[in-house]
Design a binder for this molecule. Structure first.
Ligand SMILES: NC(=O)c1ccc[n+]([C@@H]2O[C@H](COP(=O)([O-])OP(=O)(O)OC[C@H]3O[C@@H](n4cnc5c(N)ncnc54)[C@H](O)[C@@H]3O)[C@@H](O)[C@H]2O)c1
Length: 457
């Protein structure tokens, strides 16, 4: 039996440890955080995050071998293996501001581990980090006069929000990187043994430390690049009467390319893609690889353009003015099946519409609380409405900003009848039946497709 500790009870720490606890009943798993409210929520029936299937697992293992606590020091002292999944946001100050990862929470955690340890431990990097962070971690941990040795292992998390539990239960692969020394390899094996409780060994990839750290940044860069690539093609479709859905299908059936991440959208969001690519860009610049840095930075620039261009198209379509017009935004979560709104394109669209003096109403099944916090500086100008039918009442336009499946199933006939004519719908996720909406009477603007309007051309 091992005492496993996870520092950081966020979107990664909570779900990953719940699944580990479920599959490793022989181990005790503690999850700690400095945020008391969050820990209280993990201990209650109102978990701090929404993920399909999460609550069931937490209820199954909580207080059996999964525990949530704010007593960080005590649990460090008692642990054998420590996963660190604290946040690693983009630095907002000093050297590398706007690009480099802010590692202050990370370093504080390393020092806290050292201070409270009286036995050797395996420290696992779960957070996404710049390549070679483990070296700094080892230096902090192993320059001690207690005679203690810490092995640092990299085990980046590849789960996607919205399918975190499914991804943890059945991942494409798990990655564990460590030192080649015998103690480094023993540490790697200890982490492999945890995952091998429910995964076939061939799905657990082991590499050196630096490959593991870099693979996480590279994976996110490739995923985001696919989104920016299809969005770039969507613009060309709009100019040429090609249809981006047809193009995506045609290219995605090529087995070398595959069908995933080829849906044109208002842009990618979430706490990771932008920050991780900017981190990669910063690393490239640090190593004087300026062309490589520019190449990756363009993925982020394309995404910023995507959000701005979406609003610009809305304004142009609505006779060059949205001032005073009620606009219903359907969806504020950065993707479906999550309450997370971090870096959501919907927030950028909302702010840009407010700049244009539109009356913005936001509807979302799970993310309104987070949106209220994100938009607290402009909260008086925004209406938050859980019912999409009420949100669309007397609206001039609807914009679909999250691909929640329920938005495709609404009664658009009734919605159309309750709106101000002429009605506009901007499908920023290409999830609606555009032909049908047009027949109902909407002027329909999708991404990478010719608009369907009732105006003479
Ligand atoms: N969210 C994702 O989908 C995802 C996926 C893969 C990897 N990651 C990476 O995992 C890491 C964590 O991401 P997240 O989304 O879970 O972040 P999060 O903000 O949801 O959670 C991080 C938690 O760490 C806590 N924390 C910060 N400093 C602490 C300290 N010194 N002691 C104890 N707790 C502390 C915070 O209070 C917070 O609750 C990041 O590096 C991220 O890039 C995230």
């Amino acid at each position: 039996m091992a005492n496993i500790l996870c520092i950081g009870a966020g979107y990664v720490g909570g779900p990953t440890m719940a699944v580990i606890a479920k599959h490793c009943p022989q181990h005790r798993v503690d999850v700690v955080d400095i945020n008391e409210e969050k820990i209280a929520a993990w201990q209650s029936d109102q978990l701090p995050i929404y993920e399909p299937g999460l609550k069931e697992i937490v209820l199954e293992v909580r207080d059996k071998n999964l525990f949530f606590s704010t007593e960080i020091d005590r649990h460090i002292a008692e642990s054998d293996i420590i996963f660190v999944s604290v946040n690693t946001p983009t630095k907002t100050f000093g050297q590398g501001a706007g690009k480099a990862a802010d590692l202050q929470y990370w370093e504080k955690t390393a020092r806290q581990i050292l201070e409270n340890s009286s036995s050797p431990k395996i420290v696992v990097e779960k957070s996404t980090l710049p390549v070679r962070t483990a070296e700094a971690m080892e230096r902090i941990l192993n320059s001690n006069d207690k005679g203690l040795f810490f092995d640092v292992v990299s085990n980046p998390e590849f789960l996607a929000e919205g399918s975190a539990i499914r991804d943890m239960e059945n991942p494409d692969r798990v990655l564990v990187g460590g030192r080649e020394s015998s103690s480094g390899q023993e540490a790697v094996q200890a982490i492999v043994d945890i995952y091998a409780q429910w995964l076939p060994r061939e799905r657990i990839i082991t590499t050196n430390l630096w490959s593991s750290e870099l693979s996480k940044l590279a994976a996110n860069a490739f995923l985001a690049q696919r989104i920016s690539s299809i969005n770039a093609i969507a613009h060309l479709c709009e100019k040429t009467e090609a249809d981006v859905t047809e193009v995506a299908h045609a290219i995605g059936t090529d087995s070398r390319l595959g069908p995933h991440f080829l849906r044109a959208s208002v842009g990618f969001g979430g706490s990771c893609f932008k920050k991780d690519i900017l981190n990669l860009v910063y690393l490239c610049e640090y190593y004087s690889l300026y062309e490589v840095a520019t190449y990756w930075e363009q993925v982020v620039k394309m995404n910023e353009y995507q959000k701005a261009n979406f609003v610009s198209k809305m304004v142009t379509a609505m006779f060059n003015s949205v001032a005073g017009k009620r606009i219903a935004l359907f969806g504020v979560a950065f993707k479906a099946n999550t309450s997370d709104t971090r870096e959501s394109p919907a927030l950028a669209v909302c702010r840009a519409l407010l700049e244009e003096r539109a009356q913005v109403v936001i509807s979302d099944p799970y993310a309104l609380d987070n949106a209220r916090t994100d938009l607290s500086d402009v909260a008086e100008q925004v209406i938050f409405e859980p019912d999409p039918y009420v949100a669309a009442q007397d609206a001039h336009a609807i914009a679909i900003l999250t691909e929640w499946p329920q938005f495709a199933e609404l009664d658009y006939q009734a919605i159309h009848a309750a709106m101000i004519q002429p009605t506009f719908i901007f499908d920023g996720r290409n999830i609606l039946d555009h032909k049908k909406l047009h027949q109902i009477g909407f002027n329909v603007y999708a991404l990478g497709k010719p608009p369907r309007t009732h105006f003479p051309s």
